[in-house]
Each structure stands twice: as C-alpha cells, then as structure tokens.
Design a protein around this ligand. Structure first.
Ligand SMILES: Cc1cc2nc3c(=O)[nH]c(=O)nc-3n(C[C@H](O)[C@H](O)[C@H](O)COP(=O)(O)OP(=O)(O)OC[C@H]3O[C@@H](n4cnc5c(N)ncnc54)[C@H](O)[C@@H]3O)c2cc1C
Length: 289
C-alpha cells in the first residue's frame, strides 16, 4: 500500500463549479486500507479530513481547506449485480449505475440519469428529482465508522430526508446496494432518455455549476421564486444566475467562491423581500472563504 499525499492541491480541479482554493493535504485513495491510512494520517497531522466525491454539490472557499481532502472518485469504482440488486462502490458515478440498470432492464433509477454525482455523494445528499430519490432504492450501506471499523448499515439505520441525511455522522461510505425492479427493456430505456432529455431542455448542464443552489421550500419551487424576484441574469464578478434555470449559478469566467457566495446572499435577500420566503442552500460550503 502506498498512500500518496499531495500538498496544496487546487480544489477547483475537483469541483464542477471549478472554483475553490487549495486543500492543505489531498489524497486520492484506491481502497479501504488506503482510506483507513489517510484518515489516520489526518489524525497524525492534527487536521480534519473531508471526503469528496465528484464535487458537484460543493462551494469550496477561495482560501481552501485546512485539512486533508480524501477523494474516492476515480477509485472505488466496482459495480456488481445480482438478480435485481446492484452493488456499487462509493466512487461509482450515478451515470454508470443508470447504465448498469438499463443493460439489465431494471427500473426505478431513471431519476438519477444526468445527476453528475458519485454513489457516496448522492447517498449523503439523498439526491433525486424526476419523482425519485436515492432513499427509494437504497438498501444497505457499507461504511468506515469513526472507530475505523467497516460496518454494514441498512437504510433503516440512517436518516434520509429531502436533500439531506445523517450518513456523515455514521462514517465514510465505502459501497451501497440498490434494489430495483425488473422492467420492460424498451420502457426502461425510454424513461432514462426522457429524464435526460428533460434535464437537457431545462438545465444548463454543459456549464460550470453545482446544480440547484437552493432547496425547494415546501410546496414551492425555488427557481420560480428566484425568477419572480427578478434575479435571472444577476451577476457578481464571474458568477451569474442562469437565465435557463434560475436555481443554477454559472461560473462564466473566473468566478471566485466569494462572488458565488455574495450572489447567493443577494438572491436570498431579493426572494425574501419579494415573496417572504427564506431560501435554504442545497450546495454545501467547504473550507475558508
Ligand atoms: C449539472 C448538475 C445537475 C445536478 N442535478 C441534480 C439533481 O437533479 N438532483 C440532485 O439531487 N442533485 C443534483 N446535482 C447536485 C449533485 O450532483 C448531487 O448533490 C450529487 O449527489 C453530489 O454527489 P458528489 O459525488 O458530487 O458529492 P460531493 O459534492 O463531492 O459531496 C457531497 C457531500 O457528500 C459527502 N461525500 C461524498 N462522498 C462521500 C462518501 N463516500 N462518504 C461520506 N461522505 C461522502 C461530501 O463530504 C459532501 O458532504 C446536480 C449538479 C450538477 C452540477
């Protein structure tokens, strides 16, 4: 085992917004032994650690993260399938999971098509849309608990809500299983194509974003509230509220995390003023701003 720790790795390289300062320490781990070694190393260095998937829900501060960032994406990529249960390691991209299901004509996962996260990040966020969420299909999680032991949890052991979970209190996800339903091959493919088409029609999926910035308030759509408050096209530095989908903020140039955060606060203020609704952030802030 050879744990390779890099110093001052730019986290802009590891987030879909392509924004963020350096991680004081950074390690891409390839298996559980390396992950355990990385966590121990953070302890030895006296710094916190943060596990990153595809960085598609993160706003990393311009001053970076004063700890060890551990990346699982690009490793932890095993996928297995038994009957209608898919086992996937934490670094597997949701797109791979969807393709695996489609090839076996399994349905129930079309909602995940086009979400650019990993299994680990998607479980932590309980990612979803299009009438489904990870909690609908997840069955078990294998985690590395804070005591450094590998443990298996069922979904009944964890709390999963709208774009939230308490999984990080339990540990680092190593893998998960998902139970799907046998389906008609043509219908399974059609559902996935439709979900992808809808994303392409309504979201700036080619741009540098982190998806929806805010959660939908109960019975309301954040994007509609933002649009009604006249925020489409609002700009701070290189950060712009998308005209295509008002709940997306684009990095159109050299946006800093400070630009995005300032724009987030401006949108929250305007929406509050216009419709008396507090918008809660869906994207997670990491590190120092
Ligand atoms: C174009 C675009 C479209 C999007 N569309 C959607 C959508 O339709 N629905 C939706 O819900 N989201 C959407 N998102 C947001 C994002 O893709 C999801 O939240 C996704 O699940 C995040 O996964 P990730 O691997 O990128 O996680 P990251 O952003 O890297 O991390 C998210 C959180 O998970 C934690 N984490 C990651 N891996 C692990 C692990 N193995 N163990 C423990 N903790 C871990 C991190 O520490 C962090 O707290 C979109 C984003 C983009 C850019």
């Amino acid at each position: 085992m050879k744990l390779n720790i890099i110093e001052n790795e730019s986290l802009a390289e590891h987030t879909t917004w392509q924004i963020g300062g350096p991680a004081r320490y950074f390690a891409q781990v390839v298996d559980t032994d390396e992950l355990i070694a990385a966590v121990k190393e953070a302890g030895r260095l006296g710094v916190p650690h943060f596990v990153i998937g595809n960085g598609s829900n993160l706003l990393v501060g311009d001053k970076g993260y004063q700890g060890l960032v551990i990346k699982l994406r690009g490793s932890f990529t095993g996928v297995g399938i038994k009957h209608n249960v898919i086992m996937a390691e934490a670094g597997v991209k949701l797109g791979t999971l969807v393709t695996t299901a489609r090839k076996k004509s399994l349905e129930g996962i079309a909602f995940a098509a086009g979400i650019p996260g990993t299994v680990g990040g998607a479980m932590v966020m309980n990612a979803g849309g299009h009438g489904g969420t990870m909690s609908d299909i997840a069955e078990t999680l294998t985690i590395l608990n804070p005591q450094g032991e590998v443990e298996m949890l069922t979904v009944a052991d964890i709390k999963l809500g709208y774009r939230m979970s308490n999984i990080k209190e339990k540990g680092i996800i190593l893998s998960a299983t998902f139970r799907l339903e046998p389906g008609d091959p043509a219908e399974v493919t059609a559902e996935i194509v439709e979900a992808l088409d809808q994303k392409r029609r309504t979201q700036p999926i080619e741009a540098r974003t982190a998806g929806s910035v805010f959660k939908n308030p109960q019975f309301k759509h954040a994007a509609q509230l933002i649009e009604k408050a006249g925020c489409k096209g609002m700009q701070v530095g290189g950060a712009v509220v998308s005209r295509m989908h008002a709940n997306f903020i684009l990095n159109v140039g050299e946006a800093t995390a400070r630009d995005v955060l300032t724009l987030i606060e401006q949108v929250q203020d305007r929406v509050k003023e216009y419709s008396h609704t507090e918008l809660e952030r869906e994207v997670e802030l990491v590190g120092e701003f």
